[in-house]
Design a protein around this ligand. Structure first.
Ligand code: DGL
Length: 272
């Protein structure tokens, strides 16, 4: 099912994977792109492990058959921390890059050794996160908080709607109220929707009297680097075709996203 001339396929439940697409396009501007938004399955972060795993592997199987991608990026922490190994087993011949919380780089830079992991409720409870913490941040206190309202806020922002400051503050407070939370200096944005709110989160974190300044980290640049490495030597078209979005839900729901999608080079819309 691997296509040597096929697109790079990115998958997320909604717009979150665009934060990864931005980094991939910077590295590989000539690569053909197909972006799947599983809008019919949105949101992933409040579903069970079994639901997410079945949905993501079934969907990627169908997409691989239809689009013949040369590489797949699961541009979603929830799907990756739950289903990456399973999907790799099912789609053996297509390279698959997952998105997992950037705990390793956070542990390399945190001075206070107290790190927050902000993700979806499903991501923050995964053993995958325990394992990353144990392997790369054994001397750090890792605080976790699931913030599904931030996912909705990112979806709203890209549709041109205002972001509610109270939602941002509540997400940060969810980490800060935990033991040693006042010492936290680094927050891992462990959901691909959240880097889309980086300026708003930075502003919320800088409110006077709120405590230490926070550094926000995500894995997008590392993922783009890995994609470029795996595709080294690939031949790209002289003029890359327009980026396309494949949605699992009604296309009308994407109408208000048109401007944001154009900003990421996506000008064609189709349904699965
Ligand atoms: N963007 C996704 C992630 O990285 C999931 C958002 C959702 O559907 O809940 O976890």
């Amino acid at each position: 099912m691997r296509g040597s001339g096929g697109p790079i396929l990115l998958l997320d439940s909604g717009v979150g994977g665009l934060s990864i697409l931005g980094a991939v396009r910077k590295r590989l501007p000539a690569a053909p792109i197909a972006y799947c938004a599983d809008t019919a399955g949105f949101p992933y972060g409040t579903k069970t492990e079994a639901e997410i795993s079945a949905r993501v592997s079934g969907l990627l199987g169908r997409l691989a058959e239809r689009l013949r991608p040369r590489l797949i990026v699961i541009a979603c922490n929830t799907a990756s921390t739950i289903a990456l190994a399973h999907v790799r087993g099912v789609l053996g011949d297509v390279p698959i890059v997952g998105t997992v919380p950037a705990i390793k780089p956070a542990a390399e830079t945190s001075r206070s050794r107290v790190i927050g992991v902000l993700g979806t409720p499903a991501t923050v409870r995964q053993p995958y996160v325990d394992d990353l913490a144990l392997r790369f941040a054994a001397d750090c206190r890792i605080l976790r908080h699931g913030a599904p309202a931030l996912v909705e806020a990112a979806e709203a922002k890209l549709r041109g709607r205002p972001v509610d400051g109270a939602v941002l503050a509540a997400a940060l407070d969810g980490l800060r109220v935990q033991t040693d939370g006042h010492l936290m200096d680094t927050v891992v944005l462990a959901c691909t929707h959240f880097p889309l709110l980086r300026p708003e989160l930075e502003e919320a974190a800088a409110r006077p009297g709120i405590g230490r300044p926070l550094a926000f980290l995500d894995g997008a640049a590392g993922i783009a680097r890995r994609v470029a490495q795996l595709l080294e030597g690939a031949r790209w078209p002289q003029r890359p075709p327009p980026g396309r979005i494949v949605a699992t839900g009604p296309l009308e729901a994407l109408a208000t996203l048109r401007a944001a999608l154009h900003g990421f080079g996506i000008t064609r819309m189709e349904s699965l």
